[in-house]
Design a binder for this molecule. Structure first.
Ligand SMILES: Nc1ncnc2c1ncn2[C@@H]1O[C@H](COP(=O)(O)OP(=O)(O)O)[C@@H](O)[C@H]1O
Ligand SMILES: O=C(CO)[C@@H](O)[C@H](O)COP(=O)(O)O
Length: 559
């Protein structure tokens, strides 16, 4: 039976999980602009154990990899789950007007076939049919940090880190595609085309290699932020470093496409296998952070979005004249729902997995024990501060030639800034230290990227349910904390909004403003006394962070 309302699908293929959300657009008379009719999710490790991933990735020496077929299979699986949920809700998959979605940013896949060929038999799973379609079984994860030398070489070849940032929105970053491809330059012969995780999913839906969208394209160190085409001077610099521009352009495909474009209709395979309508439109997938921004409806000046997924990412929307890409840290990306504005972003790698490390060592693997330990110490931890580089960190950029893949360590300081061993402190001290460090790092580094006021924080991601984390963020930033009130994955919801927005733009044959009408729920409010404590800690933070990093660099330099 058809539910008769138009449906839009948003998927989110993140580091550890795959999620699907279906929304129904409601008519103008309704008090709500949309309703969530289905929402399904699974963990990649548990659902697809044959790929052997741990928390969504494979580690091979210093490299962090993602099996490309796992991404393919996760699409087939989530559509099967969604189709059951949609029918249960009284709708049909044929009611879906458009699909779009989000994927972990920067993660790559390398194709070997000249054209993407989907199964003609709908009974055949996608992954079985595409088993030979990739030049290598694994692409590089966004967590791969092995390309520090390539970052510095590209920056130098372009004319400096600031020049690369001014052109592409970011200085050289290890996980970005341009430097990753540079490190692979000697091995690229069998590769016909590369996709980001986002454009891989778009390609599957279309049944043909899809262009990369401009928002995920701005996280590659390859796209000119102003023209939204592949940057000629970066291509020339890469050629000078031994990666021919012709090879690169073959791999990348055409210039990035506007994130609100409709690229075509779903391939017949999805009609026959999953019951989608042959008229169902495909709007390009984008990165999970741009989609989270869309799902939060982040628009007002002073709104700061924070995604607490595997990584921790902050973002703000700014007019181009109000935000300058920095050679120090952070990224400027295009806004997936508004071509006239940009998205400033900071990313921290030591987010959820670092907290889990402390939870497992100190709190019996239990988030409620973790919160109880937090509550056992006062805000400010009596002056104790920690720095938890359990994996090579993205922010701040380490000012050294040392490969960041090898920099790691936990560093503690007492109230007088003397080094202490946090592993020897009480469980409560270490638990509070990691949470306060993460919140302070976000606050202090955001000020480097964005100097405007912060009127509210809007949170998303798996850890946005943790009350002690939300309370600490409110107190550190001195701002109320909100979450989107549908209690579904915000990146997937943003994908569904983007599918709907793409259709509106397609129907109007022009860009139309994005109006998500998101409703937010207040979850934490700042307390003046706690904020005063954190303001004093924020003042100590830069010098202690520099000391922590210097200790790591020294450790690396000492054989
Ligand atoms: N109650 C909780 N408190 C803190 N963190 C949590 C809690 N529940 C889940 N998480 C964190 O959420 C993370 C997963 O978030 P999610 O947004 O699903 O990740 P991704 O989108 O990167 O796959 C887990 O690694 C876990 O540490
Ligand atoms: O590298 C980045 C952003 O630049 C990460 O944020 C990835 O996009 C992974 O996202 P999550 O799985 O943590 O949501």
């Amino acid at each position: 039976m058809s539910g008769s309302k138009p449906l839009y699908v948003g998927l989110d293929c993140s580091t550890q999980s795959m999620t699907g959300v279906v929304i129904a657009a409601l008519d103008a008379a309704s008090s709500k602009p949309f309703e969530v009719v289905a929402s399904v999710t699974f963990q990649l490790d548990a659902r697809l154990p044959h790929y052997g991933t741990i928390k969504g990735v494979l580690v091979d020496g210093a490299h962090v990899l993602v099996p490309s077929l796992m991404l393919v299979e996760s699409l087939d699986e989530i559509l099967a789950d969604l189709s059951r949920a949609v029918v249960c809700a009284g709708y049909s998959m044929a009611d879906i007007v458009a699909v779009s979605g989000s994927a972990q940013q920067h993660t790559s896949a390398f194709w070997s076939a000249t054209a993407l060929d989907l199964p003609s038999d709908p009974a055949l799973p996608l992954a079985a049919h595409l088993a030979q379609a990739f030049a290598w079984p694994h692409g590089r994860s966004w967590m791969d940090a092995t390309t520090t030398a390539e970052c510095r070489a590209l920056e130098a070849a372009v004319g400096g880190a600031q020049r690369l940032a001014d052109t592409t929105g970011s200085r050289g970053y290890e996980r970005f595609t341009g430097v990753q491809l540079l490190s692979l330059k000697a091995a690229l012969a069998p590769v016909v085309r590369m996709s980001l995780a986002s454009s891989l999913l778009t390609s599957l839906f279309l049944g043909a290699y899809a262009p990369i969208d401009a928002s995920d394209g701005s996280g590659m160190n390859l796209m000119d932020l102003a023209t939204r085409a592949w940057a000629p001077d970066v291509l020339a610099a890469l050629e000078a470093l031994g990666l021919p521009a012709a090879t690169l352009l073959r791999l990348l495909g055409p210039a990035p496409i506007a994130s609100h474009a409709v690229l075509g209709r779903v391939a017949p395979y999805f009609v026959a296998r999953h019951g989608l309508s042959p008229q169902c439109r495909v709007v390009p997938f984008s990165g999970d952070n741009p989609c989270t921004l869309a799902g939060m409806g982040l628009a007002a000046a002073g709104d700061v979005g924070i995604s607490l997924g595997t990584s921790g990412c902050l973002f703000v929307v700014a007019a181009p004249e109000a935000i300058r890409p920095s050679a120090e840290e952070g990224h400027v990306l295009t806004n997936p729902v508004d071509p006239a504005t940009l998205m400033g972003m900071l990313c921290f790698k030591n987010g959820s997995l670092a907290r889990e490390n402390v939870r497992d060592r100190r709190a019996n693997g239990s988030w409620s024990d973790f919160s109880a330990l937090m509550a056992a110490r006062p805000p400010g931890n009596d002056g104790v501060m920690g720095f938890f580089y359990l994996q090579p960190e993205i922010t701040p950029v380490v000012p050294t030639e040392a490969p960041t893949a090898r920099l790691s360590g936990i560093h503690g300081f007492d109230a007088d800034d003397r080094p202490i061993d946090l592993l020897q402190s009480s469980a409560a001290v270490e638990v509070r230290a990691i949470v306060e460090w993460q919140c302070l790092a976000m606050h202090v580094h955001l000020q480097q990227l964005y100097q405007g006021p912060v009127s509210r924080l809007i949170l998303a991601g798996g850890a946005a349910v943790n009350p002690s984390l939300l309370e600490t963020l409110a107190n550190v930033f001195n701002a109320p904390v909100f979450v989107e009130d549908n209690r579904v994955n915000t990146a997937a919801l943003g994908g569904a909004f983007r599918a709907q927005h793409g259709v509106a733009c397609d129907d109007a044959r022009t860009y139309v403003p994005f109006e998500p009408h998101v409703r937010l729920e207040l979850r934490a409010t700042p307390k003046a006394a706690a904020h005063a404590v954190y303001a004093a800690m924020a003042a100590r933070f830069p010098a202690l962070e520099a000391r922590a990093i210097a200790m790591q660099v020294q450790r690396y330099a000492t054989p």
